[in-house]
Write a protein that binds this ligand. Sequence first.
Ligand code: SAM
Length: 250
Amino acid sequence: SGILYIVPTPIGNLGDFSTRAQQVLSDVAAIAAEDTRHSRQLLQQFAIQNDVFALHEHNERERAGKVIERLTNGDSIALISDAGTPLISDPGYVLVQQCRAAGIKVVALPGPCAITTALSGAGLPTDRFTFEGFLPAKPQQRRKTLSALLDEPRTMVFYESPHRILHTLNDLHDVMGAERTMVLARELTKQFETYLSGSIAEVLDQVAADSNQQRGEFVLMLAGAPVQEESAADDLAALRTVQLLREHLP
Ligand code: SAM
């Protein structure tokens, strides 16, 4: 059978479209795209002529069956999304899961992704992090989700849209406190790429004061909660160890 290729596309700067990604998109039998019009434009700019059909969150389940049929018959298919890496806050999960279940080979190419780009440029700890995707649109749900992350020790990464950025920063301020360190990455790889960093209060002030800072695409990163110094339980365990040593050593 054919191969399902997962192919990242640029998140702004067209120079980030890898030669391998372009080659795969030229070679496959057809390309499944989130938005065919948007993707045809990109492909045209790179002189990639290929069949493009729609696979988005509303038809993924129905389309997956047909794509698997084609793959089984020997056609290789590539999946792309509007920008960045498919399946990362983008469609594709249902298709990949079903391909794996059907024993069809899936090959994912590495490439542009807003999470890794933002994290590697932010200056927050990256040894461990958690990706939270988009926060809920409803204020109450959003605050609840944030409250549940209050003690999260890992760096947290969120995607955010321009019309919610101020609301989300306000909620962060109220739930996480004014002092927690954060970094807001905007328009990555594009002309107006900006990183704002500081306390939540500082970043909120800068964004609130300048409407230009409320435009574009955002990755919001929050420092993890400070890990407690030795807890009471650790102290107790240490004390027991000393006692045991005293009993057993000459
Ligand atoms: N699949 C994409 C990826 O690999 O990053 C993400 C798709 S998701 C629907 C779109 C969100 O990703 C935006 O709302 C924004 O939070 C983030 N994003 C995408 N491109 C970005 C960029 N150039 N700068 C900052 N954030 C970006």
